[in-house]
Design a protein around this ligand. Structure first.
Ligand SMILES: Cc1cc2nc3c(=O)[nH]c(=O)nc-3n(C[C@H](O)[C@H](O)[C@H](O)COP(=O)(O)OP(=O)(O)OC[C@H]3O[C@@H](n4cnc5c(N)ncnc54)[C@H](O)[C@@H]3O)c2cc1C
Length: 437
């Protein structure tokens, strides 16, 4: 097996470039160039977990510095499918069985709050990130219809949620111009957006609040001290009362064995040239974001300038696949053969963190001085935004809501550094085969 000595955050340099990175102006950071800092909270990771934590913590009156190994939005937060979904990656009925009804109900409320939190930020800070309503789960199998109808009924009765709509065979054909689907479940409580514009909108608030944001500053070590915590980079030493780690799929060895609680997987996306609104609406009538019901999902939506942004396909090795265009386009052509006529202008990928139970892993180390949140399992756009709020609550002495996540037990993926990727890959082979046959 090839051994890859590069850090995960060093893996994405040879891409053709992502649509998102080409759709924004990155903020100019006028940073303090000191080597040593003494702050209340040092945040590691410039994705949504880190940026949302920084914003919530600084708003509570603490002094904050944020360290990012590469650039703000370099990780999954600036590269994802843009689906801002409510809930967790697991159905409520399975959460009830696993965690008990009360815990499951608290998580449901937090899942709704996560999307509302993102929407509130967008409104409050006037972030122009092309927010659109509606995420449609398209049934790839005949049996999905029964599950969708059960889900609508169950959630309506037990959670008083009325934002689901069922699409039968005729309606799904009217909505998505593809032969692939049998039925659909529309969720009008979920949204889609340009994730990098959202993230940079929040970053601009931090800049306005004079928060120090150091890019190209990978943290190499974190040590507990008698009066706090010491964060070490190649050029800096930061003394803090707390450290917050939001590195998700890019964590590598920074928190030691905690990395075994999730599998870092690579997922890939392409964007076509702009199609024009009229053509786009012939493919997805009401401009919803779509994901299917296969184990390795296809997920797609139109951008603000009517490009098809199509994601799908995963790799599990430590090395990143730099030919994401060829990797993803075959999947897209199976859904929309007529897109072969359009140029693919961007292709990219990113790394995300998947836990075994598909629920996020929140926790503390070093006697509560180090707080981390990761493992959102492909559902982190809303949940990482919420994580920042809950981490700020915890630091200010209100741990209850953080604990709803922290108390969830996670098993470690076996195999250590050499074997856990092949073990994980082999263990999901059966489910991948179900997608093919
Ligand atoms: C291709 C793809 C599609 C996805 N689609 C969706 C979707 O449609 N909807 C959804 O909800 N979720 C989606 N996700 C998942 C979602 O993007 C993530 O869950 C979320 O962005 C995680 O945010 P984060 O801030 O925790 O991590 P990230 O955004 O990954 O940020 C981690 C940051 O930590 C930095 N870092 C790492 N190590 C260090 C270090 N030692 N020192 C300093 N900085 C460090 C990295 O450079 C990186 O910028 C997708 C993910 C991918 C990759």
């Amino acid at each position: 097996m090839p051994i890859n000595k590069k850090n995960t955050f060093e893996q994405h340099d040879n891409e053709n470039g992502s649509f998102y990175h080409n759709s924004v102006n990155f903020p100019i950071l006028s940073n303090n160039t000191d080597s040593n800092f003494d702050v209340d909270v040092c945040i590691i990771g410039g994705g949504l977990t880190g940026i949302s934590s920084a914003l919530n913590i600084v708003r509570k009156g603490y002094s904050v510095i944020l360290l990012e190994a590469r650039k703000i939005g370099w990780g999954a937060s600036g590269r994802n499918g843009g689906q801002l979904g409510i809930g967790m990656r697991k159905s409520q009925s399975s959460l009830e069985k696993k965690l008990g009804i009360n815990h499951a109900k608290e998580l449901w409320k937090l899942g709704l709050e996560a999307v509302n939190e993102a929407k509130d930020h967008i409104k409050k800070y006037k972030i122009d990130c092309a927010l659109q309503n509606g995420v449609l789960t398209a049934g790839s199998y005949k049996k999905d219809e029964k599950e969708f109808l059960y889900e609508i009924d169950y959630i309506q009765k037990n959670y008083d949620f009325d934002k689901y709509e069922f699409f039968n065979f005729k309606k799904i054909k009217e909505e998505i111009n593809s032969k692939k689907y049998f039925s659909g479940l529309l969720n009008k409580g979920s949204y889609h957006l340009n994730p990098l514009k959202f993230l940079l909108g929040l970053t601009n608030q931090l800049i306005n609040l004079n928060v120090n944001i150091l890019e190209n500053t990978p943290v190499t070590n974190i040590e507990e001290t008698s009066d706090g915590i010491k964060i070490i980079t190649q050029k800096n030493i930061i003394k803090a009362k707390y450290a917050v780690v939001g590195c998700n799929g890019y964590l590598d060895k920074l928190l030691g064995k905690k990395r075994n609680k999730f599998m870092p997987i690579n997922n890939y996306i392409i964007a076509t040239e702009p199609l024009r609104e009229e053509k786009a609406k012939q493919l997805i009538k009401n401009n919803y974001a779509v994901c299917d019901t296969r184990f390795i999902i296809d997920y797609y939506r139109f951008s603000e300038d009517w490009r098809m942004i199509f994601g799908g396909g995963e790799t599990y090795t430590a090395s990143f696949n730099h030919d994401s265009e060829n990797f993803v386009k075959k999947r897209m052509y199976k859904v929309f053969p007529e897109l072969k006529k359009y140029k693919i202008e961007f292709s990219w990928g990113g790394t995300l963190a998947i836990t075994v139970n598909r629920l996020p892993d929140f926790g503390t180390m070093m006697n509560g001085k180090l707080i981390y949140a990761h493992g959102y399992s492909g559902h982190g756009l809303a949940l990482s935004t919420l994580a920042g709020k809950l981490i700020a609550e915890k630091i200010s002495g209100f741990s209850d809501r953080f604990n709803f996540f922290e108390s969830i037990k996670h098993i470690s993926i076996p195999g250590g550094d050499f074997f856990r990727r092949p073990i994980y890959s082999a263990s999901i082979a059966y489910y991948k085969m179900r997608d093919i046959f």
